[in-house]
Design a protein around this ligand. Structure first.
Ligand code: CMC
Length: 428
């Protein structure tokens, strides 16, 4: 097979190299096309454009495959822990027992945040969405650790930034929730594991002894694993592109949090539960809402359905659907929105509109139902996604930096006004 592609533009042919991935994916390297021909390529929304070569996550949207560093998501969700998966994503291989305990220990000893960060938190009104608070607190780390801003920071500094952000993010997330509730914050408890510590900071009351329910801790750990990376999605690409200007890890992650916030990306989990609640309050007529989703004159979309890359099924959704059933049963929760969700899924899978467009439930369709059962309120759902996605963002940022990728700077096709002379306001 040839390792070249030929592109014909206005009768002239140009040869371009083909790039092959380890899973035999083929790409045309168009980086020399403009120099050769004066022509650029355009692909709004990057629907068919690879922005990088990456060794972190493989996904095949047609076959519903997702692997972190080669390991299938099903095996990791079933047998691993979030901290181990974080190590795997960030450093590229599964840790030995001592590497894992060392990593865990380092994270545990950096959970506390500078007391002045609490003053920043106090400045936010309780109406502040926790995602805005989270991204602000993450950016604020640049002020407390200014050495992280140095583009020539030594490797040990990068390593410390990685540990600090992993350790402090649960504290920030729980504090963003407390701020919204108008409650005093809880400080981290370093005798606990990652998830139990987070749950304690979220839910412990000063007057009662708190012990996280192991069912809740296990479900949370699984959800975090399932969200941990997803190759070049909107937020990961944002993290890489911000980082490509040599911005610090904290600034890049903060940008990723903001990219995740929108309802078409991570914000979908909050939107799903709100949609399901609305359908329930409206009498539970799923057919009516299905019709709205298909109506091109109605902006309503079936939230939690469809995906840019999964055109068969989202393997994460499969695991989450089962986990939702398990968790609700174990916790003895009977949530009517679960039945609405299952009804909608059944109808959509048989509906020609959804079948033709290959629209299937995505990771966010059932995750909100579990979060709700765990006692986490809807405005916190996307924060939970961010907590899970953090190791992926770190891994993407680290890979981009280590590969010394050039600054991200797309081109455009200009479609505005041609050159024209300025007319003073008095003559307009
Ligand atoms: N409900 C109804 N119609 C839909 C939906 C939906 N949820 N999703 C896509 N479509 C239709 C869309 O109208 C279009 O139809 P047509 O070809 O007739 O114009 C077609 O399907 C293709 O949609 P698209 O918007 O061009 O596809 P995209 O790849 O640009 O968008 C998506 C992908 C996830 C943004 C979109 O499916 C969507 O808005 N879904 C709902 C939001 C959601 O659940 N987002 C979470 C994604 S998973 C978490 C994550 O990783 O971010």
């Amino acid at each position: 097979m040839s390792d070249k592609a030929e592109i014909k533009v206005n009768g002239s042919s140009y040869e371009l190299p083909l790039v092959k991935g380890t899973e035999d994916e083929l790409a045309i390297d168009i980086s020399s096309l403009r120099a050769q021909s004066g022509v650029i390529t355009i692909d709004t929304g990057f629907k068919n454009t690879g922005s990088t070569k990456s060794a972190i996550t493989f996904l095949d949207g047609e076959k519903g495959i997702l692997r972190y560093r080669g390991y299938p998501i099903e095996q990791l969700a079933d047998q691993s822990t979030f901290i181990e998966v974080a190590y795997l994503l960030i450093y590229g291989s599964l840790p030995s027992a001592s590497e894992l305990s060392d990593f865990q220990q380092k994270i545990t000893t950096h959970t506390l945040v500078h007391e002045d960060i609490k003053k920043l938190l106090d400045g936010f009104p309780s109406t502040a969405h926790p995602m805005g608070v989270l991204s602000s607190l993450v950016t604020s780390l640049t002020a407390f650790y200014p050495q992280s801003l140095d583009p020539n920071r030594p490797e040990e500094e990068v390593e410390m930034s990685i540990i600090r952000i992993l350790a402090k993010m649960p504290t920030f997330a729980a504090w963003a929730f407390k701020n919204q509730m108008g409650h005093p914050v809880n400080y981290p408890d370093n005798s606990l594991d990652y998830c139990s510590n987070f749950l304690k900071m979220m839910f412990a009351l000063p007057t009662e002894k708190f012990e996280a329910d192991p069912v809740v801790t296990a479900a949370l750990d699984k959800l975090l694993i399932l969200h941990a990376d997803h190759e070049q999605n909107c937020s990961a690409s944002t993290v890489r592109i911000v980082g490509s200007s040599q911005a610090s890890l904290y600034a890049s992650i903060s940008a990723g949090i903001n990219a995740l916030w929108g309802p078409l990306h991570g914000g979908a989990n909050q939107a799903v539960i709100e949609m399901l609640e609305n359908i329930r309050k409206d009498g539970g007529d799923t057919k009516k809402w299905m019709a709205k989703a298909k109506d091109k004159n109605d902006p309503f979309r079936l939230m939690g359905f469809g995906h840019r890359v999964y055109k068969n099924f989202d393997p994460r959704a499969k695991i989450i659907k089962k986990a939702a059933d398990d968790v609700l049963e174990k916790l003895g929760v009977n949530d009517p929105v679960l039945d609405i969700a299952k009804g909608l899924e059944r109808e959509a899978l048989e509906d020609q509109y959804f079948v033709d467009r290959k629209l299937y439930p995505n990771v966010d369709f059932y995750s909100g139902i579990i979060y709700k059962a765990l006692g986490i309120p809807p405005e916190m759902f996307t924060v939970m996604f961010a907590l899970g996605r953090l190791p992926g963002w770190i891994a993407q940022w680290k890979e981009m930096s280590e590969n010394k990728e050039p600054i991200g700077r797309p081109r455009q096709v200009y479609v505005g006004a041609n050159s024209r002379d300025y007319v003073p306001v008095s003559k307009r």
